[in-house]
Design a protein around this ligand. Structure first.
Ligand SMILES: Cc1ncc(COP(=O)(O)O)c(C=O)c1O
Length: 439
């Protein structure tokens, strides 16, 4: 560290971080602009991960910065319960318009995790309201990540995120995960094999009874557990089985909404209509925390009964629809539109795909996966030291001025949608250099 005095690192207990390792060799970022962070030692760091899958419009866009600055001076906070402010309504309308038809209602949260908890609660309450109160079971999927609330952990399928925290929610079952290296390795885009894995929902229905199942929640493309691309036809099949048994289908689009696949949502990309969509991250470009749940009209309308002075849904957050988040969200959606960033993302996807698959044959690379501006580079784990090789790749890339993300033994990439071709080249040539030198 040369330019910035390193603070005392003791008290901050960092999330999803190897705290002792980090504190022995900290990686501190002090500013960001466009595609680059600046590290505390004054180096530019190319952002290959859009922060954490959220900074889709790139860093420090003056249009978003100014909107937030103006908002904080004008209306810093407005109570979320029984009161409103215009931008919350405006943003809800804008988000609903971007999402597939009929997902017309928007419930604001502050994160992806809260969006998932909210969607699960809406599913339960909805079934109760329509006289199907026995539908309480939730179906998630192995290797699913739905944040860190108790609902999200329960439907999630990440062993380490579950095993420390007790029995979690009861009445949860899991579909099998969809990745199979033997059948799918080095697929470009959607793997051809695996649509039939959706049929496992039939087994779960037969086991528990359809009348006990409330909702299925899946990520259309899973990111956090190592970039798992759905097999061709899988999501369509899941939708058909849910329809057959009256089960709600929730798409967790915390990473896929807002341009990651070149469309507003993965639902649009795949042409599959879910009953709810959970979002966060790209909604505000990561500038102010915010999440949102999109809900189909029939679900929303089922709540609009009973005495008019009573809450229709006993749920919400002090910061639901926070003015700063709404200002950031409105400015972000405008930037996406004015700069045609979703179209840009779609146009870059073939170049990106070629760059990803140029890594085939490099040492340690056992699989490459891509869709839209997402990539997963799976490395052979070191014997008895799983995850170490990917972690070292991450640290060495950082030392060479490129930010990638290690998850398990997979390097996950999800750059801002403003990335240039020369920056894609820089990203993959740095990874190539690092992998060639790695033991
Ligand atoms: C699919 C999905 N759902 C939920 C979450 C949780 O979001 P947050 O960290 O904002 O709570 C994430 C985070 O990466 C995610 O990828």
């Amino acid at each position: 560290m040369q330019n910035t005095i390193v603070p005392d690192l003791k008290s901050y207990w960092m999330p999803f971080t190897a705290n002792r390792q980090f504190k022995s060799a900290p990686r501190l970022l002090v500013s960001a602009k466009g595609m680059y962070y600046t590290s505390a030692d004054g180096r530019p760091i190319l952002d290959g991960t859009a922060g954490l899958w959220c900074v889709n419009a790139g860093h420090g866009d003056p249009r978003i910065v100014e909107a937030v600055q103006k908002q904080v001076a004008e209306l810093d906070y407005s109570p979320a319960f029984e009161m409103g402010h215009p931008k919350a309504f405006e943003l809800a309308n804008r988000v609903a318009k971007l999402m597939p038809a009929d997902l017309d209602y928007v419930f604001f949260t502050n994160s992806g995790s809260e969006s998932v908890e909210t969607a699960l609660k809406i599913a339960l309450a909805y079934h109760r309201l329509i006289g199907q109160a026995t539908r309480t079971r939730m179906i998630g999927r192995e290797r699913g990540y739905h944040g860190v609330g108790f609902g999200g952990m329960s439907v999630g399928g990440v062993a380490n995120n579950r095993r420390f925290f007790g029995p979690l929610l009861t009445g949860v079952d899991h579909l099998p995960q969809t990745h199979n290296r033997e059948r799918q390795a080095f697929s470009r885009g959607l793997p051809d094999w695996g649509a039939h894995l959706a049929d496992d929902l039939e087994r779960i229905v037969a086991l528990h009874g359809a009348e006990t199942i409330s909702a299925v929640i899946v990520e259309p493309v899973a990111g956090s557990t190592g970039v798992l691309i759905p097999p061709n036809g899988y999501l369509e099949r899941l939708r058909a089985i849910c329809d057959k048994y009256g089960i709600l289908l929730i798409f967790d689009e915390v990473i896929t909404a807002f341009g990651r696949l070149g469309t507003s949502s993965a639902a649009e990309y795949f042409g599959v209509q879910p009953d709810m969509i959970t979002t966060a991250k790209g909604l505000t470009n990561g500038v102010v925390p915010m999440g949102a749940v999109l809900v189909r009209s029939a679900i929303h309308d089922a709540f609009m009964q009973g005495p008019e002075h009573a809450f229709e849904l006993c749920h919400g957050y002090t910061y639901s629809g926070h003015p700063l988040a709404c200002a950031a969200g409105l400015a972000t959606l405008q930037v996406y539109r004015d700069d045609q960033l979703f179209q840009r993302s779609a146009a870059l996807a073939p170049y990106w795909e070629d760059a990803v698959h140029s890594l085939k044959g490099l040492p340690h690379v056992i699989d490459l996966r891509n869709l839209g501006l997402v990539a997963g580079i799976e490395l052979e784990p070191r014997v008895g030291k799983a995850t170490q090789r990917a972690f070292e790749t991450f640290v060495k890339c950082y030392d060479k001025g490129v930010l990638v993300r290690a998850t398990g033994d997979i390097i996950a990439l999800s750059p801002p949608l403003i990335i240039e071709k020369r920056e894609i080249d820089q990203l993959f040539s740095t990874i190539t250099e690092v992998l060639k030198a790695l033991d």
